[in-house]
Write a protein that binds this ligand. Structure first.
Ligand SMILES: [Zn+2]
Length: 68
């Protein structure tokens, strides 16, 4: 073993050490080594959750547009 890498994290699910900067999980890369572990542990991925949220701001301009 070389000097301890500060970027190495231990996956909460599989316990494997991984470089969190290389984790494909965009939001929980500090917790899980991959989206597979993230999904297996949570039952979903944060990415999928955010994709389902459709945020439409209610602005005066939009109301005028819909009323027309
Ligand atoms: Zn893992």
């Amino acid at each position: 073993m070389t000097a301890r890498n500060v970027h190495i994290r231990e996956c909460r699910r599989c316990g494997l050490p991984y470089d969190w900067r290389r984790s494909p999980s965009a939001y929980l890369k500090m917790t899980y080594c991959s989206t597979l572990c993230e999904r297996a542990d949570l039952g979903f991925t944060v990415e999928a959750l955010l994709r389902d949220v459709h945020f439409v701001p209610r602005t005066p301009g939009l109301s005028t547009l819909l009323a027309a």
